[in-house]
Design a protein around this ligand. Structure first.
Ligand SMILES: Cc1ncc(C[n+]2csc(CCOP(=O)(O)OP(=O)(O)O)c2C)c(N)n1
Length: 279
């Protein structure tokens, strides 16, 4: 049985509207807390919208449904984006968003194993892909046709564990695995410090079928996800170039966008800019 089966053709306007709503929720969550990992959330929102509302097979009413595709959010600090996406899908009640980052909330600043929709916690970077490979292998051995989508960051592409895992994925011929890299060009303290380029070629050299796209171009994101469906014995990688702060001009211009703190009265202007930029 397939629940939430992806539609045959993508409605790009609808997916863009989803991405906008997700961005809006991210800003509202950060506003409530007064700070947050908002830059990368806004940058990766288009990919999350396309993934959850076009590609991923899952049941918003039963996130633990066994036949689901697995989504591994390797960067646990992107949690705000996952909560916003799952709320948009109806998998998290909107009222619960008010508990964001509070003591005992399921919706923390980073993912917890008790959080909804979290396959594996991602606070310690560099572990998402290795775990995703175990999942993909396990699913295949169990005879499941479910796939595994693993988000990871360009910062994590500086970690050896990522490349060890990549080698294993190719060795096992895991064509049920899609690595989605958020190549946003930043890490904790500003620009990426270790040279990663040519990033897509590196994935190819490790045995992946890799494409590089503008991760803020909805048509390109959808095409890349659809292109990654081929059951050709090769794991897939989608390198998404994204813009931190996307959709809010004053945040797009920020040099340091890893963790956003603004004056309390600036949050309203940030939301206004999001709406104005879309109009
Ligand atoms: C193994 C590990 N080392 C360091 C950290 C601390 N840390 C948290 S976020 C972050 C930035 C990493 O950059 P990237 O993953 O590219 O994320 P982005 O800046 O795009 O959010 C770091 C170093 C961590 N969480 N885990």
């Amino acid at each position: 049985m397939r629940r939430n089966h992806p539609p045959a053709t993508a409605d790009l306007a609808q997916l863009r509207a989803r991405a906008h709503a997700i961005r809006r929720t991210c800003i509202e969550l950060a506003t409530g807390k007064g700070q947050g990992y908002l830059g990368q959330a806004l940058g990766f929102a288009d990919v999350m919208a396309a993934l959850h509302f076009h590609e991923l097979r899952f049941d918003p009413e039963d996130l633990a449904w066994e036949g689901r595709d697995r989504f591994v959010l390797s960067t646990g600090h992107y949690a705000i984006l996952l909560w916003a996406t799952l709320a948009e899908a109806g998998a998290i009640p909107r009222e619960e968003l008010a508990t964001f980052a509070m003591d005992d909330s399921r919706l923390d600043m980073s993912t917890l194993d008790s959080s909804p929709g979290v396959e594996v916690t991602g606070g310690s970077l560099g572990h998402g892909l290795p775990v995703a490979i175990g999942m993909a292998l396990g699913l295949r051995r169990a005879g499941s046709d479910a796939r595994v989508f693993c988000e990871l960051s360009d910062g994590e592409c500086q970690e050896g564990s990522t490349w060890e895992a990549a080698m294993a994925a190719a060795t096992f011929g895991l064509d049920n695995l899609v690595a989605i890299v958020d190549a946003n060009g930043i890490q904790a303290d500003g620009r990426i410090v270790v040279r990663l380029e040519p990033l897509a070629d590196k994935w190819r050299a490790f045995g992946f079928e890799a494409v590089e796209i503008d991760g803020n171009d909805m048509a390109a994101v959808v095409a890349a996800l659809e292109g990654a469906r081929a059951a050709d014995g090769r794991p897939k990688a989608i390198v998404c170039r994204t813009l931190p702060g996307k959709g809010v001009p004053r945040l797009e211009r920020r040099e340091k966008a890893h963790f956003i703190r603004v004056d309390p009265d600036e949050w309203g202007a940030i939301l206004d800019e999001l709406e104005a930029a879309r109009a």
